[in-house]
Design a protein around this ligand. Structure first.
Ligand SMILES: [Zn+2]
Length: 442
């Protein structure tokens, strides 16, 4: 009885003061959980059936037919995204690609990405992407390339691309619908993009990223999904409970920080699914569209299924039978969790001076760690993180309240790495800004 009374009073104080973070805001936002729960595996399956029905979506395939080829496919994706929610601003992002502009491009082509924008309160943008184009490299497909075979593209041969990357495409389409229909008023502007030309050298993504850089678009994050629907490897090993997430280094780079954030958030909202972080740009000698964004200086990460089947990639065998929609659903959910929290959280704190020097010092003692940062708009408090200098991930964390500096006594800054994240009054937490020493200069 007494306990109930105390809880009631504490709750009341929390509500009346509006400073819930002080009392510990919940780690999970019920609105985000609801959004995640609305993700439909059956809708992704229906859409993937339509997508593979276009026979091939090769970037150089037929654009006149309404039934087969890249032209029919891109028009259907555009129309379907428009139909899925009136709040999405859906359009083609068209680029004229000249023969030879990219190594594999053997003739002039008009390439079209599909872009669906869900406007937020601020211009900062968070992207989720998949590529809708496909390729047929002959009967052996990717397994042939892995064995050292030459690249031979059959432009009009069947290339159903159910997993590569129909899976990423329908994931993007479903997230567009779920976010647009969630009714949540996001701070960030969310962009759902299905791109072409990936198989010819990341062309659609490279054009999109270059244009964003030229226009100084404040892109905060790109979540790329490419081959995310298969849970059975070519070696027969089944793993539907994990997914790999690739990010370029070095440690504490913006992309690596985004990857760590994604794993942390996903573990809260989708604890049944585990993200395996890979401290690699991508798989060995293979590429994906997140790298196109990295090349222009944007933080971007790439999701890849845990167990690939190379004999079912880049040939006519990449059929819908190779896709597990239960698995694809889980992968969509972890994307949604990370995107939603990032879109609601304050921007990460700035931890450097205007001239780029880290605001980390030893205090007068010489042996304390003194962290300083710039307040983030919308933050109700900050959480600091630290780890031993050999560790890849944060080992310790502490909520320190609404302050912009903190001292950890007897913590030698030569031995530890430190970071700080901004948290709003509902518990939405930003990515961690790490204190990185200036490059060696002798
Ligand atoms: Zn792919």
């Amino acid at each position: 009885m007494r306990k109930v009374f105390v809880i009631a009073v504490v709750t009341l104080i929390g509500i009346t003061t509006g400073v819930r973070a002080q009392f510990g805001a919940p780690d999970v936002d019920a609105r985000i959980s609801k959004l995640i729960a609305s993700i439909s595996e059956s809708r992704m399956e229906q859409r993937l059936r339509t997508l593979v029905g276009f026979g091939t979506r090769n970037t150089l395939s037929d654009t006149a037919s309404e039934a087969r080829g890249v032209g029919a496919a891109r028009q259907w994706i555009l129309d379907e995204m428009k139909r899925s929610s009136p709040t999405l601003q859906v359009s083609f992002d068209t680029h004229q690609i000249a023969k030879g502009a990219y190594q594999r491009m053997t003739r002039d082509v008009e390439l079209r990405n599909i872009v669906a924008v869900l406007p937020g309160r601020s211009p900062r943008r968070i992207y989720v992407s998949g590529h809708y184009d496909t390729i047929n490299l002959g009967a052996l497909g990717q397994a042939g390339l892995n064995a050292g075979g030459a690249l031979n593209i059959a432009e009009n041969a069947d290339a159903p691309g159910a997993d590569d990357d129909g899976s990423g495409t329908v994931l993007v389409m479903e997230l567009a619908r779920a976010f647009a229909e969630s009714g949540i008023d996001f701070d960030a502007t969310l962009v759902f993009t299905a791109v072409a030309g990936e198989e010819y050298g990341l062309i659609g993504a490279r054009e999109e990223a270059r244009a964003a850089k030229a226009a100084k678009v404040p892109v905060q994050a790109i979540f790329n999904n490419d081959i995310v629907g298969g849970s059975t490897g070519g070696d027969g090993i089944v793993d539907g409970a994990t997914i790999r997430l690739y990010s370029e280094g070095p440690e504490d780079s913006p992309s690596r920080s985004l990857a760590i954030f994604t794993q942390r958030v996903a573990a809260r909202y989708v604890p049944s699914h585990r993200i395996r972080l890979m401290a690699l740009r991508d798989r060995f000698n293979r590429g994906g569209d997140h790298t196109a964004w990295n090349l222009e200086g944007f933080p971007a990460v790439g999701f890849r299924e845990s167990r690939e089947n190379y004999s079912k990639q880049h040939n006519a065998n990449d059929t819908i039978e190779g896709v597990s929609f239960a698995y694809l659903g889980q992968n969509a959910r972890v994307n949604a969790a990370a995107m939603a929290v990032l879109a609601l959280a304050p921007p990460p704190p700035a931890v450097t001076t205007d001239r780029g020097a880290p605001r980390l010092d030893r205090r007068a003692s010489g042996y304390d760690a003194h962290l300083q940062w710039t307040a983030s708009a919308g933050a109700a408090g900050y959480r600091i993180f630290w780890r031993e200098a050999w560790a890849p991930d944060w080992q310790h964390e502490m909520f320190v309240g609404n302050v912009t500096e903190y001292t950890l006594p007897h913590m030698n800054i030569d031995d530890w790495v430190f970071g700080v994240a901004a948290v709003d009054s509902d518990g939405h937490e930003s990515t961690v800004s790490a204190y990185v020493a200036a490059p060696a200069n002798y």
